[in-house]
Design a protein around this ligand. Sequence first.
Ligand SMILES: [Zn+2]
Length: 232
Amino acid sequence: MTQVHQLFQLQKLDTEIDDKKKRLGDVLRAQKEPPALVAARQRAETAAAELQKWQAQHQNLTLEVGSVTTKAKNSESRLYSGKVTNTKELADLQQEIDSLGRRKAVLEDEVLEALVMVEDAQTEKTAADEALATAAAQWEKTSAHLKTEQNELALNLHKLMQTRQNKAAAIDAASLEEYDQLRKQKHGLAVVGLQVNMCLGCRTTVSANKVKEVDEGLKVYCGGCGRLLAAL
Ligand SMILES: [Zn+2]
């Protein structure tokens, strides 16, 4: 095998590796959650927080109603116990009971309002959870394909890079250096095939003399694109 042929094989491997790396990058980027799923999750989180907030509010108000009720009962017990005879104290107690009664009525209204909010929040949470589950299931399907492709690409790349390492080891350092430089300058393509007398890198027609030299395995560069030419 001539050195040009070896470099041509290396080029084919490198092209395949470049393509697979690019695809792997695309596949990794595509696995980012879509905006619709992110939005659905956000909605579900907000709904859960809202429900929790109103449940806590309802609970606090209920506790407060209980506390006001107990206070009023204690005051009533004292008022009707017969132990209090002082007119001023009796009047104060009655006033306190009235005040607690008004407070209780306000609180009970607030409890009912909170209960309505809890029900609304529960409805929204159920809807948001369902929407999230649907979006997540849909995404799971799509991303499963991507994950499979990602694993296959990674495995393939690993093998290709091992093969490349073995191929490169058989080529002398100076030629490899030249090849690497040329690849950098020519968008990753240093060695191209010659189809009859046409450069497959730039479609330029190559002279008969150069074609002959390529067939002999000599290092010949395309006059059009400057790439190394190899017989197909
Ligand atoms: Zn060319």
